[in-house]
Write a protein that binds this ligand. Structure first.
Ligand code: SF4
Length: 427
């Protein structure tokens, strides 16, 4: 029996694809091993969103080749560079573009070396590698076409997964132990637009919430221009939906948002926070980008002022990365890297103070958490998350008193806080 291992790079949408690839290879008779050194074949599911991700993807594959492994290259690198890769990386056994993963076992049998990307469906799988949390990709691709972004080129136009397929997949993931379902896509707010659905996201969340065994449903990646009062009402009132939303705004300056090609511009962001601000129970995650071509000091000050108002609980701050093939790459008035770094650090320090204040307000309170594992540094502590914390990006709840079974929910009294984490005891 041939053995394989998988390296999943990039975003959680790519992780879902990796799980799908695992499922297909296992069904084709391969055995998955977690220790790469024991695997004959390594699948590297690549990311190519930014040049640094491209470099990491290629470096990872070259290291596997040096160890004498048979390497399969999947993911966005194949979309970005297509069959050029055959000449550049002849050591790679197979290049499989997004949308072709079901054909990997047959392609290996037939000694094929390249499967061109196909953008015609969204993968569904029941295999889950993340324990009591499962990512559920409800759409693929994006039709927003922001000027700095390669996703539409790497993943195609928006394709929504049929509702029945989403519900079947949710039930399958719950049967395998998922208690938290995290909805992902490039812009969840656009879900269903390509298949004639209105309020598609709201409807599918309602339906998923009727499935027994699910405790938390989390909504990630909603474009501000897609945010509806109905979605906020649902997040605020449905007990299974986490009081949380990920709403990437990128900037607040009308001039910069127009240069970025952001749908709805500054008006969409103002409207989104007019809708959200009254709901203090809903925690907002967002991302902003500094240094986009054309951003001047005045624009930056406008962004700083907005962030200082404290509308956002969790914030990711990125510096503009000029990607060949995007309209922003060719724009004049590029901002120098030193200025980008200064602006990024400035926003980060403002947000750190906001985060500390918000977390500090929870001391003495009791909150429900999902206990996931031991703390990464010591088994004397447990790692958990609250409903307002997404995995990997929003900090954790560190438990220093009380016993727990991983994958279960417990009431925790918060006693201390760190910059981005909470510390408490199970009661
Ligand atoms: S909405 Fe997001 S994924 Fe879509 S084009 Fe814009 S930045 Fe890219």
């Amino acid at each position: 029996m041939k053995t394989f291992s998988i390296v999943s790079l990039g975003c959680h949408k790519n992780l879902v694809d990796s799980e799908y690839i695992c499922e297909r290879l296992i069904q084709a008779g391969y055995r998955q091993v977690s220790d790469e050194s024991q695997a004959a074949t390594i699948v590297v599911n690549t990311c190519a969103f930014l040049r640094c991700a491209v470099e990491e993807s290629i470096q990872t594959m070259l290291e596997c080749i040096e160890e004498g492994k048979e390497v399969i290259c999947a993911g966005c690198l194949v979309s970005r560079y297509r069959d050029e890769l055959l000449a550049e990386l002849p050591e790679i056994r197979l290049f499989a573009g997004p949308g072709t993963y079901a054909n990997i076992p047959v392609a290996l049998e037939k000694n094929q070396s390249y499967l061109a990307p196909v953008f015609d469906a969204v993968v569904s799988r029941s295999f889950c590698s993340t324990g009591s949390v499962a990512y559920l990709k409800i759409s693929e691709g994006c039709s927003n076409r922001c000027n700095y972004c390669l996703i539409p080129a790497l993943r195609g136009e928006l394709i929504s997964k049929p509702m029945n397929a989403i519900l079947d997949e949710s039930r399958g993931l719950v049967e395998r132990g998922a208690r938290e379902i995290i909805l992902v896509g490039q812009d969840l707010g656009s879900y269903g637009r390509d298949i004639g659905l209105s309020y598609g996201l709201e409807t599918i969340i309602e339906q998923i919430s009727t499935i027994e065994g699910i405790t938390w449903i989390r909504v990630m990646y909603v474009h501000p221009a897609s945010l509806s009062p109905e979605l906020i009402e649902l997040i605020s009132s449905n007990p299974k939906v986490c009081p949380y939303i990920d709403l990437p705004i990128q900037h607040v300056s009308e001039k910069v948002l127009r240069a970025m090609g952001r749908r709805g511009g500054a008006a969409a962001i103002r409207k989104a926070f007019e809708l959200l601000d009254p709901h203090e129970d809903i925690w907002v995650r967002s991302t902003v980008m500094v240094g986009h071509p054309g951003e001047d000091q005045e624009d930056f000050e406008e962004l700083k002022a907005f962030i200082s108002e404290g509308h956002i609980e969790h914030l990711g701050v990125f510096g503009f990365s000029p990607e060949p093939g995007t309209p922003s790459y060719a724009m004049r008035k590029q901002v120098d890297n030193q200025t980008i770094e200064l602006r990024r650090n400035s926003i980060m320090s403002i947000q750190q103070a906001i985060s500390c204040k918000k977390l500090g307000s929870l001391i003495g309170k009791t909150i429900q958490v999902l206990v996931e594992d031991y703390h990464p540094e010591t088994e004397l502590l447990l790692k958990a998350r609250a409903s307002f914390q997404a995995p990997d990006v929003d900090g954790m709840v560190i438990i220093n008193q009380g016993n727990a079974t991983f994958g279960n929910f417990y009431p925790v009294e918060i006693r201390e806080t760190l910059e981005y984490d909470l510390i408490g005891r199970i009661i």
